[in-house]
Ligand binder design. Structure first.
Ligand SMILES: Cc1cc2nc3c(=O)[nH]c(=O)nc-3n(C[C@H](O)[C@H](O)[C@H](O)COP(=O)(O)OP(=O)(O)OC[C@H]3O[C@@H](n4cnc5c(N)ncnc54)[C@H](O)[C@@H]3O)c2cc1C
Length: 159
C-alpha cells in the first residue's frame, strides 16, 4: 500500500509507471506485468449550449454538494431542475425536496432509473410525483438560458 503516491506517467513499451512520492518528493519507476487503471471518473458535462452558466452544478464530491447547498441558501432557491433520472439524479432530488426545493426531473428516456424494467420504474415515478416532483420524461435538454432581470435560468428541452 503506497499512499500519497501519484502515478505521473505510464511507459507501455517498457511496462513501467513513474511514481511521485508526495511525502519524500522522490520520483521512481516501477515495473508491472498487468496494469489496472482505477483512477475514478469525472461527471459528463455534455456540450449543451449554456452549460457553463453560473447556477449549473454537477455532483460527484462532497465539495460539489456544499456548493449546491450554498447556492440554495444564498439565493433562497425555490425551484431546481435535475437533468438525469438515474441513481444520483434521484438521490439529489430526494435531498432537494427535503430542503423544501420544488424539483423537476428531465430525463431523456421514457422512465427514471434506466437499469430497471419500465414496470419497476412506475412505482418510483408514482412516489416522486406523490412527493411533488414534476417529471419530464422522454425529453432531452437542448439548452440553458439566462432569464434577464429575474436572475434565474431556464431549461429548454428538445420538445
Ligand atoms: C453523489 C454520489 C453518490 C453515490 N452513491 C453511491 C452509493 O450509494 N453506492 C455505490 O455503490 N456507489 C455510489 N456512488 C458511486 C461510487 O462513489 C463510485 O462508483 C466509486 O467511487 C467509483 O470508484 P472508483 O474506484 O472507480 O473511483 P474513486 O473512488 O474516484 O477512486 C479513484 C482513486 O484513484 C486515485 N487516483 C487518481 N489518479 C491517480 C494517480 N495518477 N495516481 C494515483 N492515484 C490516483 C484518486 O485519488 C482516488 O482515490 C455514488 C457516486 C456519487 C457521485
Amino acid at each position: 500500500m503506497r499512499l500519497r503516491s501519484e502515478v505521473r506517467s505510464i511507459d507501455r513499451e517498457k511496462r513501467e509507471i513513474e511514481v511521485n512520492n508526495g511525502e519524500t518528493g522522490k520520483v521512481y519507476r516501477e515495473k508491472y506485468d498487468a496494469l489496472v487503471l482505477a483512477t475514478g471518473a469525472a461527471p459528463v458535462r455534455p456540450p449543451i449550449p449554456g452549460i457553463d452558466l453560473p447556477g449549473i452544478f454537477s455532483l460527484r464530491t462532497i465539495p460539489d454538494s456544499r456548493q449546491i447547498r450554498e447556492q440554495i441558501a444564498g439565493r433562497k432557491a425555490k425551484r431546481a431542475v435535475v437533468v438525469g433520472g438515474g441513481f444520483i439524479g434521484l438521490e439529489t432530488t430526494e435531498n432537494l425536496v427535503r430542503r423544501g426545493v420544488s424539483v423537476t426531473i428531465v430525463e431523456m428516456l421514457p422512465q427514471v432509473m434506466p437499469p430497471v424494467d419500465p414496470e419497476m420504474a412506475v412505482p418510483i415515478q408514482e412516489h416522486l410525483t406523490a412527493n411533488g416532483v414534476s417529471l419530464c420524461l422522454g425529453d432531452g435538454v437542448a439548452g440553458f438560458e439566462q432569464v434577464p432581470k429575474v436572475n434565474t435560468l431556464s431549461v429548454v428541452t428538445k420538445s
